[in-house]
Design a protein around this ligand. Sequence first.
Ligand code: TYM
Length: 369
Amino acid sequence: MPNGEFVVTPWQVDGVIDYDKLIKRFGTQRIDPAMRKKIVEAAGQDHFMLRRGVFFSHRDMGGIIDLHKKSKPFFVYTGRGPSGATHIGHLVPWIFAKWLQDRFGVNVYFQLTDDEKFFSKKGLSLDDTMGLARENALDFVALGFDPAKTKIVIDTQDIARLYPIAAQIAKRINFSNTKAVFGFGGETNIGMIFYTAIQSAMCYIEDAPVLIPLGVDQDPHFRLTRDVAPLLKKPKPALIHNMMMPPLHGGGGKMSSSESNSAIFTTDSPGDVKRKINKHAFSGGRPDIDEHRRLGGNPDIDIAYQYLRMFFEPDDAKLEEIRADYASGRMLTGELKAILIERVNEYLAAHQEARERARDHLDEYGLGP
Ligand code: TYM
């Protein structure tokens, strides 16, 4: 990517994302202090990912909060395209979905798009993506969703429920629309071209307005859904977008399943985590210790610090102490990385236990054997 340029689509994130520019490009709204206050007041609690701007943008979030204030129902929907192991970035919107369920008592739907990843990934068979869907479901269930209020949908298994809605949507999106939004060309397989109707269909799985927490790369699908909603006489889906966790090696792009050294996977061992962070995490430190002590590190570009800020250190006071120590040069890169390694391994130990327990509970979320 030439300097300053970036691409964000559901299938490609490249370059260093300028989120202000992205908000303009996509036509979304920034979560400003007034909107944040509105969400926090309605929820009765703050969330560090909201406070720190990890969730930075939205569409019609105000409308959802207004509905809630009038005691009208809404539901939450999010998803995963099973292309490999789950990484920490995937968990961001799911953790927020769980918080929304806890705070607003809402139903949550989780879509596993095994069809999509079969269409979009050269090296994956349909059997592969169907198998990965169940593995990825474990990470979602491990977060503790209420089984009475949560349903997991796998596209190839639950298509009978989705198809009548998808057909209504597909009839109202023409090829020029999808081409303009996704950049498809003559070589694109027709599964990909139709697929957006399947991801959109979930917005109408319940007869109530939907709120979708999601990484901002998925926004283009729902731009199309929002365009067709009035034609279907349905409400437009509301969205709340999170930033993309950067890859371990820094630079552009995102933490990605298909690049194993860019990501911390939920199934990584303590040794994997230590090796990856020590070897690959981009450092905002100085080239030698003397200079570092004198000038301090730069937390803004330091991946270990950014992972703590975005995910692993919810306590503001502790985070600020780490930032101040690092920026002043009191803390060295190796020490900062050691803190991250410890936090990640604590988190993953608990997650992996919950993930294994989830194997016996998938049926409670509507998954067949
Ligand atoms: P997928 O599997 O690419 O990603 C699942 C969710 O994780 C988000 N995400 C990230 N967030 C932060 N940092 C990252 N590095 C990162 N990488 C991925 C994605 O934005 C997504 O929210 N087509 C979808 C599956 C899907 C879906 C949905 C997603 C179906 N319906 C509704 C969101 C909402 C997909 O392939 O996601």
